[in-house]
Design a protein around this ligand. Structure first.
Ligand code: NAD
Ligand code: UDP
Length: 315
């Protein structure tokens, strides 16, 4: 049994990760300031004696008893949320990474950084392999997230080179699944809630921009496999589903799968919104023996059922 810290553990991905680590028999400390997560997300884990919940902001240094592994997930991930207080978003990525790395150094813990496909910006290389340095606007509305995550990757690599820390960097591509909040603001939760209420589906731009959507269970499997790789393998490694969809097609699929009467409506594309995104997962296949299993329609159906059961009545 390992003692494992999950920062951002009360968020969407974090709550799935905490559950899975407990299932594997580990002891889990979930640290969160509830900015975009909540106690409700982990209420089903509270009865487990191997689960501990700590309210804390990772921007501030903290002490906990020795841990063997750390998953650093704390950071708002939806553009709506990370742009609300961009300076705090940057601090969370950068100062948060420093605090987590110092803790890992203190206990010689292995530490995994939840990085993002956003570090590729509006990519000019397609699909995106890990060797691609990206095309990021350093002064735009998305920069607080993109540059914060890029800087965190730099810090992780420098602690590895200078301090011999055992690090893992995972570049996560668009991930969805049960546990996303109705006000999350990301595209799949928005479209499903709109479809379930026969409201207009809000497509930004003409819907030709693409994303590649990964179901959360596939991601969790990838995170665990990455943590278990040999210490010489630091990544970064892309974890995502390489099947790419235009946003308009995503909307049409959600309308069809939910039997909705919603119409598609179009409005301005937010500034710097990436036009295309698709992971090259050759490295993950080779080093983690991992590839996603859940296809989009199957994952969307689970999400539709989840939202029907949990949030349909909220609006
Ligand atoms: P989320 O917003 O649901 O979860 C983030 C969690 O971090 C929340 O519980 C929030 O309260 C917590 N948090 C935020 N700032 C904090 C702080 N300063 N101190 C402590 N806790 C803090 O988002 P998510 O989708 O679960 O994303 C989790 C991680 O994965 C993030 O680091 C995100 O950047 C990364 N990621 C997610 C996706 C995706 O598609 N979901 C894609 C790429 C990367
Ligand atoms: N999007 C949309 N309607 C929405 C929310 C998002 O058309 O209600 C678009 C958004 O402009 C982007 C894509 O869907 O092109 C994915 O957006 P999301 O915020 O989910 O993730 P990200 O842009 O960070 O990949």
């Amino acid at each position: 049994m390992k003692r494992i810290l999950v920062t951002g553990g009360a968020g969407f991905i974090g709550s799935h990760l905490c559950y899975r680590l407990l299932e594997e028999g580990h002891s889990v400390i979930c640290l969160d300031n509830y900015l975009t997560g909540s106690r409700d997300n982990v209420s089903h884990l509270m009865g487990n004696r191997r689960f501990e919940l700590l309210e804390h902001d990772i921007v501030q240094p903290f002490r906990i008893e020795a841990v063997d592994e750390i998953y650093n997930l704390a950071c708002p991930a939806s553009p709506v949320h990370y742009q609300r207080d961009p300076i705090e978003t940057l601090k969370t990525s950068i100062w948060g990474a420093l605090n987590v790395l110092n803790l890992a150094r203190q206990y010689n813990a292995k530490v995994l950084q939840a990085s993002t496909s956003e570090i590729y910006g509006d990519p000019l290389v397609h699909p995106q392999p890990e060797q691609y340095w990206g095309n990021v606007n350093p002064i735009g509305l998305r920069s607080c997230y993109d540059e914060g995550k890029r800087c965190a990757e730099t810090l992780f690599m420098d602690y590895h080179r200078k301090e011999k820390l055992r690090i893992k960097i995972v570049r996560i591509f668009n991930t969805y699944g049960p546990g996303m909040l109705p006000d999350d603001g990301r595209v799949i939760s928005n479209f499903i809630l709109q479809a379930l209420q026969d409201e207009d589906i809000t497509i930004y731009g003409d819907g030709s921009q693409t994303r590649s959507f990964q179901y959360v269970d596939d991601l969790i499997e990838g995170l665990l496999k990455m943590m278990d790789t040999d210490d010489t393998f630091t990544g970064p490694v892309n974890i995502g589903n390489p099947t790419e969809y235009p946003i308009k097609e995503l909307a049409e699929r959600i309308v069809a799968l939910s039997g909705s009467k919603s119409k598609l409506v179009y409005s301005a594309l937010p500034k710097d919104d990436p036009k295309q995104r698709k992971p090259d997962i050759t490295l993950a296949k080779e080093m983690l023996h991992w590839e996603p299993k859940v296809q989009l329609d199957a994952g969307l159906s689970k999400m539709i059922t989840y939202f029907k059961q949990n949030h349909y009545q909220l609006k």
